[in-house]
Design a protein around this ligand. Structure first.
Ligand SMILES: Cc1cc2nc3c(=O)[nH]c(=O)nc-3n(C[C@H](O)[C@H](O)[C@H](O)COP(=O)(O)OP(=O)(O)OC[C@H]3O[C@@H](n4cnc5c(N)ncnc54)[C@H](O)[C@@H]3O)c2cc1C
Length: 473
């Protein structure tokens, strides 16, 4: 018996049973083939639009399994992919016909409360981090949805409620343990394997398989002033917000969600499904001070509902989970802006009328603050001047709506083209890989290509928003 498996050059390798059995025996975790009971679930990722079938899935339990699996793949030049939380919109955690390294069982998180540092294995979800760190009144700046994987998020950038105060997730990586394409296990930090450390912080999985991250944590919570304030759709609300936020302190973050509002319990039933602007806000400092800072944003007009209140930080991190559960059909496109001009606001507000599904939305992350004060060349993540990242979330349930939803997302994305910076956050690039002129790696593209040429010249790590290896001169 043999198992066919895809290689990076497009050829197919036949693995015989002896090879497979010896690979299996060298792992502590399971090795799943397509006939195995758990295979179907293991191959799934968050976005239902992605339907790929690896030939084999190695469920790694720790660094030893990752080293074994990378060596097995590198020796045979197999196509591989790495699964952390499986949340990537492009589905890059899973590859067709290759070997998937599934790290989702590696979820240990260990906090050092004295040093305020955290070690997290690469399969941990944001909720795992929040759970462990909040026990000590600490938090690592990550994203706003607790079921997202820390690995993909951190390697691409990572931003959420704490980014304006404490920087992006990449800005808080102290070190990584990583297995590179030569199968070697390395520690990379500001003083060890510095070039690799520079590249992994924004290079999005192109440089090896991270097994453990070490993060800087900060004092946060446990209660933070947070919640949604919902207004009926009206461009004036966005214009007032735009003026006020220019002087917003770093402790505050207010993101905008423009959509037909879900049946939030604090809203009058007659308003359910109404086109709205949701100001989702968090203040990471003193609650009484936060009340003063956030008050003007809760009085931009007469809200349909206002649920801003002191909440446990870890709870606010889960607030959007029900709206973005797994296994729906999703197509996202993302644009960065320096400001929300009148034209941008008008385009956004008009787009609500044509939304093809009640689950579609425009989600605008407010950036700046500490994350904007890091030099572009300090690490691979380059988009330091982005003030707003707007994600057009196309989301729906059934295949018959695919064409309408894709066309709505693409139409809106194209209408925003001339107003956007042309850069894009690598973690929001969809499967078709279409990006504008500046792209995901911006000014750091060339240096990343050179490092890729030194560290992964054969491009073993390619199922990602790929950086081509620049030949070494
Ligand atoms: C509902 C939702 C909400 C989101 N909210 C935010 C947000 O608030 N802020 C934000 O910044 N982003 C957000 N994102 C985007 C998120 O950062 C990306 O989807 C990210 O890729 C998720 O990481 P993951 O580990 O879950 O992904 P996976 O799909 O498992 O992996 C993503 C990519 O990273 C690579 N990778 C994974 N693990 C490793 C590893 N250990 N070593 C090397 N490479 C690896 C994979 O090969 C793949 O290319 C959100 C996404 C979703 C779907």
């Amino acid at each position: 018996m043999t198992t066919n498996i895809n290689c990076i050059d497009g050829s197919i390798l036949q693995l015989n049973d002896d090879e497979l059995e010896s690979f299996k025996a060298s792992l502590r975790g399971e090795l799943l083939g397509q006939a195995d009971k758990d295979y179907e679930v293991a191959r799934q990722v968050w976005n239902m639009m992605i339907d790929k079938c690896p030939a084999l899935i190695a469920r790694c339990t720790g660094a030893a399994d990752v080293i074994t699996a990378v060596r097995f793949a590198a020796e045979r030049e197999l196509l591989i992919s790495i699964k952390g939380g499986g949340h990537n919109i492009a589905g890059s955690a899973v590859c067709e016909g290759g070997l998937m390294l599934d790290l989702s069982g590696m979820t240990a998180v260990i906090v050092d409360p004295e040093k305020k540092t955290v070690k997290a294995q690469a399969g941990a979800l944001l909720g795992d981090l929040d759970h462990e760190t909040q026990a000590f009144g600490l938090a690592v700046p990550t994203g706003i949805n607790s079921t997202t994987g820390i690995a993909g998020l951190a390697l691409g950038g990572g931003y959420g409620w704490l980014s304006r105060k404490f920087g992006h997730t990449v800005d808080n990586i102290l070190s990584v343990d990583i297995v590179t394409a030569d199968g070697e296990f390395k520690h990379a930090s500001a003083t060890e394997n510095e070039e690799l450390f520079w590249a992994v912080r924004g290079g999005s999985g192109n440089f090896g398989v991270v097994t453990t991250f070490e993060f800087q944590a900060h004092d946060v919570g446990p209660m933070v002033l947070s919640g949604p304030c919902v207004y009926a759709l009206n461009p004036d609300i966005l214009k007032k917000y735009r003026e006020l936020e220019k002087t917003m302190p770093d402790e505050a973050a207010i993101w905008l969600v423009i959509r037909r509002v879900p049946p939030f319990p604090f809203l009058d039933e007659k308003d359910h499904g109404r086109p709205t602007i949701i100001l989702a806000m968090a203040y990471s400092g003193d609650i009484a001070e936060g009340e003063k800072i956030l008050a003007p944003y809760r009085n931009l007009g007469v809200p349909l509902g206002d649920a801003v209140a002191p909440n446990p930080y870890a709870g606010w991190q889960q607030a959007f989970d029900p709206l973005v559960g797994p296994r729906a059909r999703n197509y996202w496109k993302s644009s960065d802006f320096l400001e929300l001009t009148d034209d941008v606001i008008d385009i956004i507000c008009s787009a609500v009328e044509t939304m093809p599904s009640d689950e579609c939305e425009m989600f605008i992350a407010q950036l700046g603050g500490a994350a904007g004060r890091v030099a572009v060349t300090d690490m691979a993540y380059p988009h330091r001047n982005t003030r707003f990242t707007m994600n057009i979330h196309g989301r729906w349930q059934t295949e018959d709506m695919d064409a309408d939803c894709l066309s709505w997302v693409r139409g809106l994305y194209s209408n925003l083209e001339e107003h956007a910076t042309g850069s894009v956050y690598v973690n929001f690039v969809p499967e078709d890989g279409e990006v504008r002129k500046v792209g995901p790696y911006g000014a750091n593209q060339k240096r990343l290509e050179e490092i890729k040429g030194r560290i992964d010249p054969k491009n073993l790590f390619r199922t990602n928003i790929n950086i081509k290896a620049r030949p070494i001169k």
